[in-house]
Write a new protein. Structure first.
Length: 202
């Protein structure tokens, strides 16, 4: 077989070198693709500086004995936001939108309200005492006012990142492969929110 390949000129030194070069190029291409894929999403330090993002997931609440859950889509663009809450079968329950100075809510029943802050609107429309303004940072595991927060100690079983702020305790209980928070608990006496984020985009 070797004699036949030499006779036909297929086993020359130049052909072998060319084949080796092609293998090296292919390996470099595949490595570059893998590296690019792994680099997607901000790291834990960059995450604190992100101002525009979209998160989707589930929100469970227990507020003064009132319990329930929503699916949600949260779109944040600098200081502007739009939060859509979905009930069973993916039906929109309410849409909250606004910025640092004003907010409005539209319910599935056609009710429209506006106020300076979204907390007031959720209280009036849905009866929920939820710290929406602060959750813009808390969902990313970032204190709203870094100097005013006390670190929360880890649980007895696993280390839990967290802090106390504005009378609330925030715990980042889980992160995904890109270091985005995927399970965040926000609580204070009489109110408990568990946020499960299934997808982040930037």
């Amino acid at each position: 077989m070797l004699r036949m390949l030499r006779k036909r000129g297929l086993l020359s030194v130049s052909n072998i070198q060319h084949a080796n070069w092609m293998c090296v190029c292919l390996l470099a291409f595949l490595t570059g693709c893998a590296t690019q894929k792994d680099a997607s999403g901000p790291d834990s330090q960059q995450l604190t500086q992100v101002t525009s993002w979209t998160a989707q997931g589930k929100l469970a609440y227990d507020v003064n004995g009132q319990r329930g859950n929503f699916s949600f889509r949260w779109i944040q663009s600098n200081h502007a936001y739009e939060i859509v809450l979905f009930g069973p079968l993916g039906i929109s329950v309410a849409t909250i939108s606004g910025n640092e100075v004003s907010a409005r809510i539209t319910t599935s029943e056609g009710q429209m309200l506006s106020a300076p802050r979204p907390e007031q609107l959720l209280q009036e429309a849905l009866g929920l005492d939820m710290p929406v303004s602060a959750m813009t940072d808390w969902l990313r595991g970032v204190p709203r006012n870094k100097g005013a927060s006390d670190k929360v100690e880890g649980s007895t079983k696993t280390a839990v990142e967290g802090f106390n702020e504005l009378g609330w305790q925030v715990e980042v209980q889980r992160r995904d492969k890109s270091m985005n928070p995927s399970r965040v608990r926000i609580s204070r006496p009489g109110a408990n929110f568990l946020v499960i984020v299934k997808g982040w985009s930037y």
